[in-house]
Design a protein around this ligand. Sequence first.
Ligand code: PTJ
Length: 253
Amino acid sequence: MEEIPQSHPRYQSLVLRKKISEAHKAGILAESGMIAHGRGEAFDYLLGEKTTPPARKAIKAAAAQILLAKNPVISVNGNTVALSAREVVELSHKSGAKVEINLFYRTPERVDKIEKILCEEGADEVLGTNNEEYLHLNGLEGPRSHVSARGIYSADVVLVPLEDGDRAQALFDSGKIVITIDLNPLSRTARSSSITIVDNLVRALPLLIQEVEKLKGEEMYKLEEMLSDFNNPENLNDSLQAILRNYHRGVKP
Ligand code: PTJ
């Protein structure tokens, strides 16, 4: 594929597109993953392609929640690994969260490829691989319901960057605290999660890593206080307001 000139006004966005299309060609990304990315791009445009103040607030709450968890797990799909495999592994190292491959369009080939990338990035252990025996997550059917006993099945907190609505709902219904990163503040995932970071995963994950590092030594009660100050529906509304403000700025003559 042709090199993208850095002078291009849409350089960052084109770099992400290139990663996505290359991951698709390599058999890592599901076909629908490209559609999901396009939907994300549209919302990112409306957000001004910046991390908004409500997103920063949600990132702080997410970091506190991950540090308070007994068995936190980062659930990884094709899009996440195509864009942010390195950051997933770094977050896992810094926070102690496990990494589990959990695919909507699960095939053994994709699982192997995703495992290989995570291992190349330095993951200590990858759950949800083809060698593992699975348990069934209630509320889902078929391969989408397969989860690792030591991972998502027994997790108290699951970070699902970029998830489909059914699985986010099933995780929440099974009593887990669900943290998601989703550019669409209106999606079912965004609405059914405990903490929703309305931001692009490529911006949110590095900030989440920073925040985890900053809060690591904090007393438990302080982390709990941070969480009790956070209200997800209110925060989602603030993200929508940010979109509306950008929209009105844009439509002014
Ligand atoms: O790899 P698999 O098989 O697990 O499949 C993954 C996809 C993404 C195809 C599957 O989970 C799916 O169909 O997801 P949805 O229902 O299309 O939802 C994807 C959501 O992610 C949408 O709300 C998008 O706005 C959002 N999104 C897309 N790209 C990003 C994003 N959110 C944050 N950062 C992004 N880069």
